[in-house]
Design a protein around this ligand. Sequence first.
Ligand SMILES: Cc1ncc(COP(=O)(O)O)c(C=O)c1O
Length: 395
Amino acid sequence: MYIYADNAATTKINPVAMDVMNKCMTEVYGNPSSLHSAGQKAAEVMQKAREDIAQVLGADFREIYFTSGGTEADNQAIYSAAAFGEKKGKKHIISSAIEHHAVLHTLQRLEKEGFEITLLDVGEDGIVRPEDVRQAIREDTALVTIMYANNEIGTLQPISEIAAICREKKVIFHTDAVQAVGHVPINVREQNIDMLSLSAHKFHGPRGIGVLYVRKGVPLFNLIEGGAQERGRRPGTENLPAIAGMAAALKEVVSHMAAAEEKVSSLRDILIEGLSKIPHARLNGDAKRRLPGNVNFCFEGIEGESLLLLLDNKGVAASSGSACTSGSLDPSHVLLALGLPHEVAHGSLRLSLSEENTKEEMYYIIDAVREVVEYLRDMSPVWEALEKGEKEHVI
Ligand SMILES: Cc1ncc(COP(=O)(O)O)c(C=O)c1O
């Protein structure tokens, strides 16, 4: 049995998107900026992709900027709002302690450049409180950036409420919606979102392509200089096969999003129920206000990395927290933000599901995790001390 349960890291490409990309590479190979008919054909395909993506988001096609992915979109949104704010003497930015590093590290750089950054704490449920955003906004606040859904614990943030506060206070609001787009309904216009980042490979599209949505009227500065592509805001010859593949994948996922949400969240709930029965286990993040496919657990006395390797041997592909930090031995900043002690934050397991997963796979995963946790605990001196009562359980 091989079970892929790491869809928050990346997803398998959708065959429809694959076909569109193949066709683009073999038949629509012109440069969209060229005036000849091959170029114009490419420009048409790109325009259609832009319109399709805009429609899904509830945006206008002129508000869509193609980027190389979520990281670049986050960087551009934040640097741009910071540059615009600085011109007006505003050098304060509000974000949360559980953001992806594409946001956090960008903010750290701005801090070195003299910006003041307020990182809001989350509750034990992993959710930012809109009232905290209201309290934190100041006269000199240039930007509020809060992620739509967390990549480790899957918690869905109250984006509409937060964005409404920002609109009322006339502060630009950006959301990193990389984990959310294609999985939960989003409408930028109705939700008062000024800027939004998305990435195709999280919804069965290709890697290395994403979008920054920027509401008309919100200024956008370039990260890089070059030609006139993307209205001069993101120069460089467009990656047309990836752009068309992204639009096809997005249309495909949203065409049956409600059914997928229902199916995947019921698989998620089977896993949550089964894994909760393991002694001294804890679900991280709110049980319901989370992405349909996200499950994140800590098991006391267990090292996350060993758990993953042994699960891989049993044919289960999972992750400990985010793929971007799994190479480091630091505990997850997201789990620490939930108030978990260091030793517990080391032992997390993230399972992220897709529509392709089945109920049978969930039962297999529950058994596999239970066996591996028991095996690792049997070998662990820390666990022995806990069992003998020499150390106190924290879960
Ligand atoms: C919440 C979040 N933001 C940003 C990114 C970065 O996106 P990309 O891989 O397209 O650069 C990721 C990727 O894991 C993510 O989960």
